[in-house]
Design a protein around this ligand. Structure first.
Ligand SMILES: [Zn+2]
Length: 115
């Protein structure tokens, strides 16, 4: 009963919190769509002192590996689209570094097999 109540509250609050985040222009998880104003992101350190978060901690732990890879790919695509042309070379390098870092982290936490 207690858990049910908590879920109902979560189901009502979640869209409101996400809406509030979107209004403020806060981005969110590329799998579940929850925004960073309330959801804990999963940090992927991809170069010295620089990290990115393609997904939230919850999705990183529970989502199938291929979905996380798709989210990482999507984040890289966003970076490329937003990159000024004079920084494109640097951006492409960052995208590659991010993909490698995600791949490495996933293979450590999930093992070599898919899923
Ligand atoms: Zn998520």
């Amino acid at each position: 009963m207690r858990v049910e109540k908590k879920n109902i509250l979560h189901n009502i609050l979640r869209p409101l919190l996400n809406l509030w985040g979107r209004i403020q222009g806060i981005s969110g998880c590329l799998i579940c769509g929850d925004t960073w104003n309330w959801k804990k992101p999963h940090n992927v350190l991809f170069k010295r002192n620089v990290s990115a978060f393609p997904t939230c901690e919850e999705c990183w732990q529970t989502a199938p590996k291929h979905l996380i890879e798709t989210a990482t790919h999507e984040l890289g695509r966003k970076w490329i689209l937003q990159s000024p042309s004079e920084h494109l070379k640097e951006t492409l390098k960052d995208v590659r570094l991010l993909k490698n870092a995600c791949e490495k982290e996933l293979s450590v936490s999930r093992g070599k097999t898919n899923e």
